[in-house]
Design a protein around this ligand. Structure first.
Ligand code: TYD
Length: 139
């Protein structure tokens, strides 16, 4: 668990990109471009305009968040400092370490939020109440 993690432990990673006249490819490979092994991939899509996602923290999970299409913003909060990242490039990934509250907003129409996660889905890993999150960070 990373109770002491801060928003400054989270950063944009430039992914491998291959430009080609017929279109581009970005590759994410365990142990090469990602600081963890991916056990799960999921993606958000058809998010209605004005809708907000996230609104929770994870105790042990590392994630890479990519705007595979379109754009959205990710606000990270370590209980003391907030940082907002606008994601709008398929070859850029935001690495989010454990112990960070995150909120995703401003989804453009047709956007796809691709997430690579270090662990399988576990509801026990979520902190879904903000006051519980602050307690988790301070005790
Ligand atoms: P959640 O992570 O709360 O969504 P978001 O962060 O995008 O707002 O997930 C929404 C629901 O989807 C959750 O109640 C359970 C389900 N879910 C799974 O079953 N497996 C998964 O890997 C994920 C990410 C979510």
């Amino acid at each position: 668990m990373m109770k002491n993690s801060t928003v400054y432990d989270c950063s944009i990673i430039e992914l491998d990109k291959h430009h080609h006249a017929k279109g581009n490819i970005t590759v994410v490979e365990n142990g090469v471009s990602v600081p963890f092994c991916t056990k799960r991939v999921y993606y958000l899509y058809d998010v209605p305009g004005g809708e907000s996602r996230g609104g929770h923290a994870h105790k042990d999970l590392y994630q890479l968040i990519v705007a595979a299409s379109g754009s959205f913003s990710v606000t990270l909060d370590d209980g003391k400092v907030k940082r907002t990242f606008m994601l709008n490039r398929p070859y850029q990934a935001l690495m989010v370490v454990p112990g960070i509250w995150r909120t995703l907003d401003d989804f453009s129409s047709g956007s796809v939020c691709l997430v690579l996660a270090s662990e399988k889905y576990s509801e026990d890993d979520y902190i879904r109440n903000y006051n519980d999150f602050i307690t988790f960070k301070t005790i």
